[in-house]
Design a protein around this ligand. Sequence first.
Ligand SMILES: [Zn+2]
Length: 249
Amino acid sequence: MVFSSRTTVKNGKELIKNVFYFQEDAMLDCNVYCIVDHETDEIALFDAGNGISLKALIEGMKKFDLQFENITKVLLTHEHVDHVLGIYPLTKILKDTPPQIYAYGRTADILRNGDESQIFPRGLGITPKMLGLEIVPLNVIDLKEHKEFKINSEFTFQIHYTPGHSIGSVSYYESSQKLLIPGDLVFCGGSFGRFDFPGSSLTSLQKSIKQVNDLDVKYLLPGHMSISDNGNQQIQLSYRMVMSISDFR
Ligand SMILES: [Zn+2]
């Protein structure tokens, strides 16, 4: 294998009861979140990382007594490599009890078709083989037909379609815990998702950030960098920044 994970155990943190954060690896990886159903011990994993970091995630989860065998659902925020590749080794090691995979629209289509060229955009300079991965068609539930996603009485996530960074981007919002998982839409410190990928759009990004700016958010749990328990203030910052730029391309 050309690449290997830089960390052997992912740093984790229990943010609130049954909500866990695992920090991204240094190389083309993403933050992942585990939400545990206290009634069944089942785990919903939000984003899957880059695949080579899966071992480190599994080790990190053990520190909190979370068993990867209990991952029954994987919810993806969008179709980019650093967020989706982990599902391939994960479904392989859980082949007898594969988790249900949820994604929105375009993201769901790409994964259903196992479309390698979409999952590995040209110019990135890496192939599945280099990562020791095999891209296979997957069963994916399209969130387009769902307004919300219920884990149990504690967690019901609203599905907000928030394109801009990519066409298939969604944000997951839990209103009672005031939790937002926006993928690469907004980050802490006033930053926001890149909009120079195929399928990106600054106008959509601005609209989508406006949409999440209207939500009541305490915990902002983005796909990269740090997290915040002062969500609205962070989103407001990103909103101001994104509205102040114009597209010069
Ligand atoms: Zn992305």
